[in-house]
Design a protein around this ligand. Structure first.
Ligand code: CMC
Length: 430
């Protein structure tokens, strides 16, 4: 048997042996759980750039090589050969489903897609011009008040029902947020449609006329869902885990994840990216924006470029690039100025010394916006669509965490740099 590896830390001449844990793949991890008790020091890592916050068996990323796997299966194989609900099953249960397991799972998800009718009143409380992410954060948090029979996190059977409900209801909530913003009637789900096709139906059909879902668009939608399904311990997933570590109910935890996803450095980047491409407008203006991205005194960044983990091409962006071509072809969009700007921007950035040196490659958000816009979605719906897709990742990680008998509440420590203890001064003496 291989000898257990340890790291040695010396503080003020005193030596501490720290165990090293070896993962299935990826770098070793120094176990510092007992460090404070033994040595009275904390470690310091704002932004978690060198910290593993948990162990997990769900998703693996090798950022240097541009590899992403779910339960061991490469993302390009899943995006090309599988489909979203099968990937949901894989993430939740750890293995690819057999035909019967898949059929049962699809039936369960399909049967949970409707919302309690009273939830409609929540939507009606929002202004029409609310961002759909604002509506989603509110409504998902609020559904804790409706599904009491699946809110006990200590009961594995209730956790299962909550997982199914959230995966099934999230597209309905996102589509309702969209319909509300348009002033159109809400569209109920249709059980004979696939998950992706049903989402398009709920977003784009109106009661006045029949709506047929284009199968190529349904496939592209399914691919976008699949490519966003999970991404290891990113900011929103870590938010869900932290919220859940206190024992909070699943709907509140997922609402916290949606709130975190909203920011432009995370899920909000797809909206920000398309807005940036539109602002650039023409290929001729690209050098001006590249120069701004490189200027240290300008806060501007090229949206859709760079990633905390990927220092190579984002494998999800590769698949989406093909999908973008397919969708534009089907929709007969050949002279799309935004796409021209995107392609040229990608070409120039990939050859530019600054981007090469900093290993800034296009990420998943670079192409998803182009596809979603071509399908007819406004930019404000891009991040809600990401939230729909990522719900299964949040829920799988949430389930994994709660099944761990060693679960502790997440409680980071700090490097305190504030005032030392001092006496209160009454207002008359200030
Ligand atoms: N444009 C120009 N410069 C950049 C960019 C960019 N998009 N991204 C990073 N840099 C530079 C940054 O200025 C820094 O330079 P220096 O070392 O000289 O200070 C260096 O690259 C490292 O950047 P960082 O901010 O320390 O890296 P990070 O790992 O903290 O940030 C990121 C990762 C994704 C927040 C960042 O690359 C970024 O803001 N990208 C644009 C937003 C975006 O597309 N986000 C979507 C991420 S993928 C989907 C998701 O996860 O939700």
């Amino acid at each position: 048997m291989a000898e257990a590896k340890t790291a040695t830390l010396t503080i003020d001449g005193k030596t501490y042996e720290l165990p090293i844990l070896s993962p299935t793949s990826g770098p070793d991890v120094i176990d510092i759980r007992k460090l404070y008790a033994q040595a009275g020091v904390f470690t310091y890592d704002p932004g978690f750039t060198s910290t593993a916050a948990c162990d997990s068996t769900i998703t693996f990323i090798d950022g240097e090589e541009g590899i992403l796997t779910h339960r061991g299966y490469p993302i390009d194989q899943l995006a090309n050969d599988s489909h979203y609900l099968e990937v949901c099953y894989l993430l939740l249960y750890g293995h690819l489903p057999g035909p019967r397991e898949l059929e049962d799972f699809e039936r369960i998800i399909t049967r949970h897609t409707m919302l309690n009718e009273q939830i409609h009143f929540f939507f009606r409380g929002f202004r029409r011009d609310s961002h759909p992410m604002a509506t989603m954060v509110g409504v998902v948090g609020a559904i804790s008040a409706f599904y009491h029979d699946s809110a006990d996190v200590n009961d594995p059977a209730q956790r299962e029902v909550a997982a199914h409900r959230l995966i099934a209801k999230m597209p309905t909530i996102a589509a309702m947020a969209y319909k509300y913003s348009l002033g159109q009637p809400f569209v109920y789900p249709r059980n004979e449609l696939s998950y992706a096709a049903n989402f398009l139906h709920m977003c784009f059909s109106v009661p006045a006329e029949p709506y047929h879902v284009n199968p190529v668009l349904a496939r592209a939608m399914d691919r976008i869902f699949t490519l966003h399904a999970d991404h290891e311990q990113n900011a929103s997933t870590s938010t869900v885990r932290l919220a859940s570590s206190s024992g909070a109910n699943p709907f509140a935890c997922i609402a916290a994840g949606i709130a975190c996803l909203w920011g432009p450095a995370h899920g909000g980047a797809n909206q920000a990216c398309l807005e940036m491409l539109r602002e650039i407008g023409t290929v001729e203006r690209i050098p001006e924006f590249i120069a701004r991205a490189k200027d240290k005194n300008d806060p501007f960044r090229l949206m859709g470029f760079g990633h905390r983990v990927y220092k190579n091409f984002d494998p999800r962006a590769k698949v989406l690039k093909e999908s973008a071509d397919e969708v534009l072809e089907v929709l007969g969009i050949h002279e799309n100025e935004t796409l021209k700007v995107a392609k040229e921007l990608e070409r120039i950035a990939l050859e530019d010394e600054y981007f090469i040196e900093k290993k800034l490659y296009p990420n998943v958000d670079f192409y998803s916006g182009i596809i979603l816009e071509a399908m007819g979605f406004p930019t404000s719906m891009f991040t809600p669509i990401f939230a729909v897709a990522r719900t299964v990742g949040w829920i799988s990680q949430w389930k994994e965490q709660l099944a761990d008998p060693q679960l502790k509440i997440g409680r980071p420590r700090q490097l305190y740099l504030g005032a030392e203890e001092r006496d209160y001064v009454g207002i008359e003496r200030r």
